[in-house]
Each structure stands twice: as C-alpha cells, then as structure tokens.
Design a protein. Structure first.
Length: 555
C-alpha cells in the first residue's frame, strides 16, 4: 500500500500493474526506461489529466493569424496565439519554427510549459460539422448548438457525450436517442423526458433503470412494460387520462412528478453496476469488454485499468476521452488516439509519442506541441532517427533524476484555469483549493448583461411569446444571463415543456449530479451479502444488489 503524494490517501499497486508498467516502458538507444510506480492515487491522477481539457467554456476572440472574429476554448486574455481551425490545419505556419534545444540543467516540465505557451493553439476541436459552430470536441454534427464531446448528431442542443442522437435537448451520455429531453446514460429511446439508465424506451416520463418500456410515467426498474404509472399497471385508458393531465409540463407539475418518483425509487433495489456482455470487469457502463478494472463508460476494450470514456482500447492504463478509436499500450493519456504513448494530451493518430500535446499524425516525438505529420522531433526540433534516439534517452534519464519520468504533467503546464477545465466537474475545488495544488483559477465575468432588462419566465410554454428569443433570461440558480434560441423554443412548444428557469451550465451540473462518480467502493450485496465493487458509496441510502440478485427481482 502506498500513500498519495497529493491527498495522502492509501492506494494499491499490484503485481499486474507492475507488469503493465514494464510492458509499456520505452526503449531508447537500446536501454529500457522503466516506468516507476505512480506517486499519486488513481483519483488524483485522473484529476491532473482532466485539468488539461476544456470542453464547455467558449469565448469570442480574434484569430492571431488572420485577425478575424472566432469562437474559441481560449479566453481572449490568454497570453498566447490562437488560430481558427482552418488556419491551424493549413500550411500557413510551421510548428517546427518554434523548435528549441533541450536544457539539461532545468526540469523537463518547465521547458515544455514554455514551449506550450508560444506554439499557436487551435480554436476549437470539431470535424465535419454543419451549422454547429458553437460546439467543441464534436464530429459529424448538423444543426447542433452547445454540444460537447458529441458525434453523429442532428438538431441537438445543450448536450455532452450525445452520440447518434436527433432532435434532443439537455442530454448526458445519450446514444441513438430521438426527441428526448433531460436524458442521462440512456440508449435507443424515443420521445422520452427525464430518463436515466434506460434502454429502448418510448413515450415515457421520469423513468430510471427501465428497458423496452412504452407509455410509462414515474417508473423504476421495469422491463418490457406498457401503461405503467409509478410502477403500477393502469391500462391504456387510465394511462391516457393521466398523460393528458401532464401534456403541458409546467415547472410545478415537473416538481410534483419528481418528488413522487424519488419517493418511489429510493427504497427499491438498485443494480450495483451496468456491465453487459463483459468478462472479469469492474466499474460502470461497460459493454463487450474483458479484463478491465476500475473502468467507466467503455466498450469493446480489453486488459485496461483506470480508463474512462475510452472505447476500443487495448492494454491501457490511466487514459480518458479517447473516443472514437481508443488507445493501445498507452499510459497516462487524455484525449489521445494513439499507440505506444506516454503522458500525452490531444495527440491523434500517432504512435510512440511521449510528453507531447496537440500533435497529430506523428511518430516518435518527445516533448512536442502542435506538430502535424512529423517524425523524430524533440521540443519541436527535427532530428535524424539516430540523433532522436540518443537525445530522448538522455532526456528520459534526466527526467528519472528529477522525478518527472512516468508522471503526468503538473497542473502548471495546463493552459486552462482549473475552473475552466472539466476537472472542476469531477473534482470541484474552491479557488484556494486549486491554487494549493498548483493550478490557476479564472475570475469569472460579470454576472449580468446590463444592456438588457431581464424578463419573467412563463411557467407554461403556452404563455411564452415569440419575442422570448430576443430577451435576456436570468438563471434562478446562479443568477447569470442566458438566452433561448429559436430552435429551442420550437422544441419546447412541440413537446409541451416549459422554458427552463436555469441556464445551460446549471442544468448540465444537475445532470452530472444524477450519475455516480468515476470511483468504486467495496460493499456487500444487500440481499445475499456477496462482496461487490460499486460506484455507490457505503454512505448512500440505496439498497445495492449484485447482478444475480437484481436480475431475479427484475425479470
């Protein structure tokens, strides 16, 4: 058992972990540079990686190459260059022009930080989008707005990790859903509102842990059911009468439904984890995987540990956000699509990349930033294969002496402030707490737009005028301004939903709070006493059942 250097929590490094570290330890110049056991616990390692990724904070600024107005994940007061996407990918500049020699009298991370702040950054990360400019980390999206980590979506707004969805709003971890609102961790649903951990359901409101259900309201843990209200069969006629009363969902009706639903579901048995068609796996939201431990939101993966949001991964530890193609033989990586790589951020379609950031289609790079289609580079400087091997061997040895080798980059290396990054979503801190661990903190902009007079938000969508799209609304939770866009108003009118009284960010925070953390605890099944690993902490009041006991009750 070891103690974390940051939080002092005890954590275990197993013999299998050591074998993995040995397997991915690189060989430079004929010498193997072994990766040491981590100094931080799994949570603190994840927190450090997440501090490098900004998903949701968008800013208006000018391109430092052309001067045109752009939207970017980098605030206008950041002291480095930002280029529009088309400019960044063009041949109008060359990242090797920023190349420099390595100084063996100084720590590696300090030199990489200096390089990271002078090489131009790309404004947004989007691919093949149409009418979806206000998105980030998105691919193949059409008519989408404020979508993050999205793929193959159309006419969707305000979502994170929505994949293959259509005409849906306010979602989190949604897959192949259509006409859904406030859906979380669900798949294959149609015309559903306020759903969690449900599959292949349609025309339902407030359901959780349901599969293949239709026409259900306020139900938990049902399978292949129709015309159920609060887990009781009512028949078609009575259901339609009940449904008519909730055709126009005012905020008051929503709160009453929610309160009754919470009272219904809390005493009922909960599944310890959502693991399907998998063998020897622990974590949650795991599909078709094998020998994956402490993993979350993965599929088609094998022999991995501490990975999250990383499908199609093989022999990887401590990696996250590697969709859609995953990683292989990688350690301590985030937003990376690569093989044989260590401590990288935003490195795509590359191999043998070490301690590099925002590099793509590269091979054999070390300490590089912003490269594309390059090989045998160190600190953005080009070398021959022989020179590269000799130099990186010296640098790896130098990092062993400074204690940097094998560890992910420190918080100071991130170009984002802690409360800009998604580390704040999963590991929330105060300004003082962020500074204490070496991260920076962004002072937020003024709360309200004084140029406009805020208006009252109607409780019924029927009372919302067309002009509400021109108005400035004030969030009931945080007091910040937000607006309703025309497509959004059209959706609320077609579904009978009220205009939300909270801003998109506060709604997103509420959805995040509805899912379990990326962490496991040892517990016992509340029915048979069998030991289980679950994302429900022991302090929580829910009755947690192992898979066998849960299925006996549900089916």
């Amino acid at each position: 058992m070891k103690n974390c250097n940051q939080c002092n929590t005890g954590f275990e490094v197993t013999d299998k972990d050591r074998k993995f570290y040995d397997c991915v330890s690189p060989i430079f110049g004929g010498k193997k540079y072994s990766i040491p056991e981590p100094k931080l616990c799994p949570d603190c390692r994840l927190q450090r990686r997440l501090a490098f990724r900004n998903e949701r904070n968008l800013y208006h600024r000018k391109s430092d190459l052309s001067g045109k107005e752009i939207v970017s994940i980098f605030a206008p007061n950041k002291p480095f260059k930002v280029y529009d996407q088309s400019e960044w990918w063009s041949d109008k500049w060359d990242a090797t022009e920023y190349g420099r020699d390595f100084d063996f009298s100084r720590p590696f991370s300090t030199q990489l930080e200096e390089l990271y702040r002078v090489v131009p950054h790309i404004s947004l990360y989007t691919t093949n989008i149409e009418n979806s400019y206000y998105t980030n980390h998105s691919i193949n999206c059409r008519n989408c707005y404020l979508m993050f980590g999205a793929a193959d979506d159309e006419d969707c707004l305000y979502g994170k990790f929505m994949i293959g969805c259509k005409n849906s709003l306010d979602g989190l971890n949604l897959y192949q859903c259509e006409l859904c609102y406030e859906g979380v961790a669900s798949e294959g649903c149609y015309d559903c509102k306020y759903i969690l951990n449900s599959k292949n359901c349609s025309e339902c409101i407030f359901i959780e842990e349901c599969q293949n259900c239709r026409h259900c309201i306020g139900c938990f843990g049902l399978v292949n059911k129709e015309y159920y209200v609060f887990n009781q069969f009512v028949g078609k006629q009575q259901f339609e009468s009940f449904q008519h009363d909730f055709r126009d969902l005012t905020n008051g009706k929503i709160e009453r439904l929610k309160t009754k639903f919470e009272a219904l579901k809390n005493p009922l048995p909960h599944r310890y984890a959502h693991i399907y068609a998998s063998e020897n796996c622990t974590g949650d939201m795991i599909v078709n995987s094998k020998d994956c431990q402490n993993c979350f939101d993965i599929k088609n993966s094998e022999n991995c540990k501490y990975i999250a949001f990383s499908p199609n991964s093989l022999n990887a530890h401590d990696c996250c956000f590697t969709a859609p193609i995953g990683v292989e033989l990688c350690y301590n990586c985030i937003a990376t699509l690569a093989k044989w790589s260590l401590a990288t951020f935003m490195v795509w379609h590359s191999d043998n990349a070490y301690y590099s950031m925002e590099c793509h289609n590269c091979s054999h790079i070390f300490g590089c930033v912003g490269l594309n289609h390059k090989k045998y580079c160190v600190m953005n400087k080009q070398y021959s294969k022989e020179e590269y091997e000799k130099l990186v061997a010296r640098i790896a040895g130098h990092m062993q002496k400074t204690g940097e080798w094998g560890e992910f980059l420190p918080f100071q290396n991130s170009v984002f402030d802690y409360n800009e990054s998604i580390a704040q979503e999963y590991f929330p801190l105060t300004r003082e707490g962020a500074i204490q661990i070496g991260a920076s903190w962004r002072v937020e902009d003024a709360v309200n737009d004084t140029k406009h007079i805020p208006i009252a938000i109607p409780d019924n969508i029927k009372d919302a005028p067309d002009t509400i799209v021109d108005a400035v609304l004030v969030c009931s939770a945080c007091g910040k301004n937000y607006k309703i866009i025309p497509n959004e108003l059209k959706f609320y009118r077609s579904t009978g939903l009220p205009v939300p009284k909270k801003c998109p960010n506060c709604r997103h925070k509420a959805r995040l709070a509805s899912v379990n953390p990326l962490k496991l605890w040892s517990r016992n099944c509340a029915n048979c006493g069998k030991p289980i690993e679950t994302s429900y902490s022991p302090e929580r009041p829910e009755k947690i059942y192992c898979e066998e006991c849960y299925l006996k009750i549900v089916y």
